[in-house]
Design a binder for this molecule. Structure first.
Ligand code: IMP
Ligand code: MG
Length: 182
C-alpha cells in the first residue's frame, strides 16, 4: 500500500526543537524527585525515546502501559481497555504519563484515574500533540508540545492501521486513504 501524505505538519527539526524544550521543563520540574515516566504504547515510543534522552535526572525510571480505544477506526468510542499494565507499583510514586496525541481524552482520563486509584503520589501528563477541539472529556494536560487542528496525522510513532509509525516527521494523511482499509 502506498499512502499519500498530503502535507508535512511538523518537520523532524521542529519536533526535535520542541522535544528539547519539553525535556528542559521536565528536568526542572522533577528536580530532586525520582519519577516514573510511563509511555503509552504504541504511539508514544518514538517521542518518549527522544524525550528521556534529554531529561537530566539520574533517578528517572521508565515503564509502559498499553491502552486501546480505537481498534481499526479513526475515532474513539469511549471504551478504553488497559491491555498492558505498568510493571512498577505506582503507589507513592511521581508518575508522568507520556502520550503521542490526545484526541477525545478518553484514554488519558481512564489512565489518570486508574493510576491515582492505585495510590500514585502525583500523576502528570505530557503529550506531544493536542487536538483540543476534539475533546469529549475534560482532562488537565500538564505539558503540551503542539496544539493541532482536527486532522488525521501520522508519523513519529503515530499510525494509520499500524503503518507509517516510522516516518521521522509528522504528516497529514490524504483523506482518500482513510477508510480504504478496515
Ligand atoms: P483518545 O482516547 O481519543 O484521546 O485517543 C488517543 C489515541 O488515539 C492516541 O494515543 C492515538 O493512538 C490515537 N489517535 C488520535 N488521533 C490520532 C491521529 O490523528 N493519528 C493517529 N492516531 C491518533
Ligand atoms: Mg496511541
Amino acid at each position: 500500500m502506498a499512502y499519500r501524505i498530503k502535507e508535512i505538519m511538523f518537520t523532524e527539526e521542529q519536533i526535535q526543537e520542541k522535544v528539547l524544550e519539553l525535556a528542559k521543563q521536565l528536568t526542572e520540574d522533577y528536580k530532586g524527585k525520582s519519577p516514573i515516566f510511563v509511555g503509552i504504547l504504541k504511539g508514544s515510543f518514538v517521542f518518549m525515546a527522544d524525550l528521556i534522552k534529554n531529561v537530566d535526572n539520574h533517578e528517572l525510571r521508565v515503564d509502559f502501559m498499553r491502552a486501546s480505544s480505537y481498534g481499526n477506526k479513526t475515532k474513539s468510542d469511549g471504551q478504553v481497555n488497559i491491555k498492558l499494565d505498568m510493571e512498577f507499583d505506582p503507589k507513592g510514586e511521581d508518575i508522568l504519563i507520556i502520550e503521542d496525541i490526545i484526541d477525545s481524552g478518553y484514554t488519558l482520563k481512564c489512565l489518570h484515574e486508574y493510576l491515582l486509584n492505585k495510590g500514585a503520589k502525583s500523576v502528570k501528563i505530557v503529550t506531544l500533540l493536542n487536538k483540543s477541539e476534539r475533546r469529549v472529556v475534560d482532562i488537565k494536560v500538564d505539558y503540551v508540545g503542539f496544539e493541532i487542528p482536527d486532522k488525521f496525522i501520522i508519523g513519529y510513532g503515530l499510525d494509520f492501521n499500524e503503518h507509517l509509525r516510522n516516518l521521522p516527521y509528522i504528516g497529514v494523511l490524504d483523506e482518500t486513504c482513510l477508510g480504504e482499509e478496515e
